[in-house]
Ligand binder design. Structure first.
Ligand code: ADP
Length: 482
């Protein structure tokens, strides 16, 4: 398919409202994960260009913060309308560079747009406080002010939504941003920048720098001008960035790895649990940080669940994201596939049984068969690490305490899911789970109005919702003697 608006496929970085090449002229080639075909090239920028982007972001932020919230909101709503208007082209770009099925790309664009709309509305509701003072001659007020210049580093699995989930609250709060998109998926971020430009986002307020992740990241972290970094990606890189940000004491939002348990209790509606597990496991070919990584099923419904889950899995069609019948696209690269194989081989060696899949897909490349494993146990890599692939391991459990302990036996704490009809059990378990988000009788928990984020090694801070706005605001307390 040709893009209806070919101008959306931008192959330059976006700094100070202009489309720029790297100073060196160097570029990096970007390939389609489905067939390794060449998509295009983006500038290979480094420290110098990033530093320039920070300086222009600083200038732009000063005037943006002085505007009314309504002014900022209106520009953001124009941007939102343009994203909606160009949703098909944007979805096409996601599938092209990321591989997910077109329907999922379209859903991602609507999800990404929802953050722009939500935070455009929230911009007008950044209320401060008046606090009753402890003395009669004093008045106490609390202002909320933008943190200033911010930076964002985003991953490839949601190339649009991870950008807007950071950028929209930043712009709404009165901040500017330097964004480094994932090297695999720069074109979606650049297309969003093109639309922000058309909507009237002033030059310098949003800058998209492509290229050397380490050099760009270090420049953003080292800069005393950058007051906040928001990162979504692996825990290892998150820790590295946090260390780099320590000398300048930046505010941080870190959305890192997950290892989500999905627990099916004996009284669960098994049909709904299967539907929820399919969604939570196989969305984006298993490549989301809230994908169900471990599925715990009570012994009483173990067989029934496996039978129905296997039936549902048999319906999954693997293929190109552009084929409208596809449910599972390719993995992002050969390293992702190698990790899935490693987890699979380790599980087999430790006694798991393959019920379905388990092989390279006949399409070759980065494709792998969706795989169902049963008799999984805690000593397997699939129990301990994030698999990030269409591999569903089923663990049998007997008691509530046992499954809570197993679910919590991980360094991660992002999302968890449980299925039960029993309200007392639900209350006990949701309170005991050490996770930032818990889905009860549902496998779909992400939306713009709720706080997304994790505990433990899954990160710091929340994105989306009124809480997501706070991350881009500083409190200033005024003590006024009257
Ligand atoms: P994944 O392994 O899923 O790609 P990463 O955490 O490596 O996850 O990548 C997430 C984002 O972090 C990407 O934009 C990537 O370029 C960026 N990144 C990786 N290493 C660094 C680094 N040392 N400094 C700054 N950014 C980095």
């Amino acid at each position: 398919m040709q893009l209806a608006d070919p101008q959306l496929l931008r192959d330059k970085a976006y700094i100070n409202g202009q489309w720029c090449l790297a100073d060196s002229g160097d570029t990096t080639a970007i390939y389609n994960p489905a067939d390794a075909s060449f998509i295009g090239e983006v500038p290979q920028m480094g420290a110098k260009e990033t530093h320039h982007a920070i300086l222009v972001a600083q200038q732009a932020q000063t005037s943006w913060a002085k505007q009314t919230a309504k002014f900022r909101s209106e520009i953001m709503l124009k941007w939102y309308a343009l994203v909606i208007q160009h949703q098909n082209d944007l979805a096409h770009i996601i599938t092209l560079e990321q591989g997910k099925p077109l329907a999922e790309s379209l859903a991602e664009i609507l999800y990404a747009a929802s953050f722009i709309q939500w935070f455009a509305e929230e911009a007008k509701r950044v209320y401060g406080d008046t606090i009753p003072a402890p003395q009669t001659d004093v008045r106490i007020q609390v202002l909320k002010q933008p943190v200033g210049v911010t930076a964002a580093i985003t991953p490839w699995n949601f190339p649009a939504a991870m950008v807007t989930r950071k950028l929209a609250p930043a712009l709404a709060a009165g901040c500017s941003m330097v964004l480094k998109p994932a090297p695999q998926t720069p074109f979606t971020a650049l297309a969003l920048a093109e639309l922000a430009h058309r909507a009237g986002v002033p030059p310098g307020l949003l800058n998209v720098v492509t290229g050397d992740a380490e050099a760009i990241g270090r420049t953003l972290c080292d800069s005393p001008i950058v007051k906040k970094l928001s990162f979504t990606g692996s825990t290892a890189v998150g820790i590295h960035l946090m260390q780099q940000c320590a000398p300048t004491l930046k505010k941080l939002s870190l959305e890192l790895g997950g290892n989500a348990p999905l627990i099916v209790f004996a009284d669960a509606n098994v049909e709904e649990a299967v539907a929820g597990a399919m969604l939570a496991k196989f969305r984006n070919a298993g490549q989301t940080c809230i994908c169900a990584n471990r599925i715990y099923v009570h012994e009483k419904v173990y067989q029934q669940f496996i039978t129905q889950f296997a039936q549902a899995m048999a319906e999954l069609k693997v293929g190109s994201g552009f084929d409208l019948s596809t449910n599972i696209g390719p993995l992002i690269n050969s390293a992702a596939k190698a990790k899935m194989k490693e987890h699979l081989d380790d599980a087999k060696a430790k006694g798991a049984q393959i019920i379905q899949g388990g092989r390279d897909h006949t399409l070759g490349g980065n494709y792998f068969e969706p795989t169902l494993l049963i008799d999984a146990t805690a000593d397997m890599l699939i129990a301990q690490e994030e698999t990030f692939a269409p591999l569903a391991p089923i663990f049998k459990f007997h008691h509530e305490d046992e499954v809570i302990a197993a679910a919590n036996a991980t360094e991660f704490g992002l999302a968890a899911y449980l299925y039960t009809q029993n309200i007392s059990l639900m209350t006990r378990v949701t309170e005991a789970l050490e996770y930032g988000m818990v889905g009860v009788n549902t496998g779909a928990i992400s939306n713009e109005v709720a706080p997304f984020g994790g505990v433990k090694s899954s990160g710091l801070g929340r994105e989306g919702s009124k809480y997501g706005m706070e991350e881009y605001l500083e409190l200033k307390y005024l003590c006024i003697k009257v």
